[in-house]
Design a protein around this ligand. Structure first.
Ligand code: MD6
Ligand code: FE
Length: 217
């Protein structure tokens, strides 16, 4: 039943602002999901997702890869962007034109008209994977927004304030949804609750999240 429901995804031409500079575009990339998944398969062969350690030595719960000019890494030296894959020592796989054009279109829809992403982080979640509350602040130009694309299993997204302990809203991010934020909302704390088990026709038993950023100068 559930798979039938998911296999006829509908693009919804709506947007909903959670705050002045945080916008959810439900199902925005549904029509492109299969093509995105196929492109991701090629990228993840070149740069396989891996569990990195936090600077404190904790293994992260989400497996991560990147494409584009820059990719995000974490190790004992800290969080940062680098142009080389730390495991393969190769440049990052190219960001497919479909990825950048959808990210630019979504940003414009949310009111950010000059978004030029140079990094696409690929987060792979299996049941139980979570992302602790964090701020995205490793990018050089914090005036540029972040565009987040959800594929596969739904996830509960925690959307907080500017101090870790601020009240949080829980938002269900579903397959095809795009979340865009920037401006005054750029440094909000956020995270993902442990992924619930399930199955999705596009991604199987996992969730994939892409976040597009302008990481370099
Ligand atoms: C995720 N997303 O959805 C994790 N960061 O799996 C993020 O950490 C995130 O969705 C900045 C802006 C939007 C996001
Ligand atoms: Fe984030």
């Amino acid at each position: 039943m559930q798979s039938e429901l998911f296999s006829i995804p509908k693009k919804q031409d709506t947007k909903h602002f959670l705050a002045d500079n945080t916008c959810i575009l439900p199902g925005f990339i549904c029509d492109n999901a299969t093509e995105i998944r196929d492109l991701l398969e090629d990228i993840l062969l070149l740069s396989p997702p891996r569990y990195m350690n936090t600077p404190g030595g904790q293994r992260m719960s989400v497996a991560l890869s990147s494409c584009g000019t820059l990719g995000w890494i974490s190790d004992a030296k800290g969080y940062r962007y680098s142009s080389y894959d730390p495991d393969t020592h190769q440049p990052r796989p190219n960001m497919p034109p479909l990825f950048s054009s959808l990210a630019i279109k979504a940003a414009a829809e949310a009111g950010f008209r000059d978004f030029r992403p140079d990094a696409c982080l690929i987060n792979c979640y299996i049941p139980g994977s979570k992302m602790s509350l964090h701020q995205d602040k490793d990018e050089q130009d914090l005036t540029q927004p972040i565009v987040s694309v959800s594929l596969g299993l739904p996830a509960e997204f925690l959307w907080g304030g500017f101090i870790r302990g601020d009240a949080k809203q829980t938002l269900l991010l579903q397959h095809g949804d795009v979340l865009v934020w920037g401006g005054d909302d750029r440094l909000r704390f956020h995270g993902i609750k442990p992924l619930k088990p399930g199955w999705h026709p596009i991604t199987g038993d996992c969730r994939i999240n892409l976040t597009f950023r302008k990481a370099g100068g």
